[in-house]
Ligand binder design. Structure first.
Ligand SMILES: CC(C)(COP(=O)(O)OP(=O)(O)OC[C@H]1O[C@@H](n2cnc3c(N)ncnc32)[C@H](O)[C@@H]1OP(=O)(O)O)[C@@H](O)C(=O)NCCC(=O)NCCS
Length: 217
């Protein structure tokens, strides 16, 4: 058992439809302010919230997303938005800010390379999509605990693989520590979108890495 598993300072629950407003606000805030690619292209909190909002109905339906709350106040302080890797993109992606396009481009390249020749069936692979933790509880193991809970819960539902695109060194460290293995990588410094080095300002973060992990019960 790791220190992150031992601490029970927070409650970890499967996401329900009633968590939508709080989760959307939290992920909109933390990603727009602290996730390097979102910062590089200048996505605002409301723009990121609009993105997260598209995935909330699927999160409630699939029951694979985990949220963390403070036990007393029930404040939502962390979330790991997770979907079935075989599920379709939600409607409305075309109405999002065009600022997302370079992010979808670089992450899409990882997925295309990884999925080449593979057929994904529903119920097989978890996609750990958006991991975010409030700054007020940073560094207390909440993210690591969210990942552990998500994997245990998914494995109990029959999932045998987990996949994520980790966009920064902290999340890459967290997923490696939980047994994820690097499969495909891109470089922020080298990436070009419409001929522009859109991620040049975050070159020191290396690049996004697609990682996976086989799940066992
Ligand atoms: C990334 C994020 C989820 C981490 O949440 P958290 O609850 O503070 O993370 P934890 O406390 O569980 O774990 C942090 C780990 O990263 C390590 N870490 C911190 N900064 C690091 C860095 N720059 N490089 C490598 N590891 C780092 C910590 O030492 C700790 O590991 P340890 O327990 O082995 O010491 C949070 O910072 C966040 O929401 N960021 C904005 C959104 C984002 O970037 N999400 C990930 C996108 S894939």
């Amino acid at each position: 058992m790791t220190p992150a598993d031992e601490h029970q300072l927070f409650d970890y629950d499967v996401y329900a439809a009633g968590d939508a407003v709080e989760m959307t606000r939290l992920l909109g805030e933390v990603f727009s302010r602290r996730d390097p690619p979102a910062v590089a292209v200048g996505v605002t909190p409301p723009e990121f919230e609009a993105f997260v909002g598209l995935f909330c109905p699927k999160a409630a339906e699939e029951g694979l997303t985990i949220v963390a709350r403070r036990p007393g106040t029930r404040e939502l302080v962390g979330a790991l938005l997770t979907e079935d890797s075989a599920s379709a993109l939600p409607d409305g992606m075309d109405r999002l800010s065009p600022k997302f396009e370079p992010i979808f481009d670089i992450l899409g390249q990882l997925d295309v390379e990884y999925r080449a020749g593979r057929t994904l069936r529903t119920g097989e692979s978890l996609h750990l999509f958006l991991l975010g933790v409030a700054e007020s509880v940073a560094g207390q193991g909440v993210a690591q605990h969210l990942v552990s809970r998500c994997l245990e819960h998914g494995a109990r539902k029959g999932y045998r693989l987990a996949v994520t695109e980790a966009t920064n060194r902290t999340s890459q460290h967290i997923f490696r520590k939980r047994g994820f293995v690097e499969r495909v990588r891109r470089s922020y410094g080298d990436h070009r979108f419409d001929g522009q080095a859109v991620f040049a300002s975050i070159a020191e973060h290396g690049g996004p890495i697609l990682m996976d992990k086989r799940l066992t019960l």
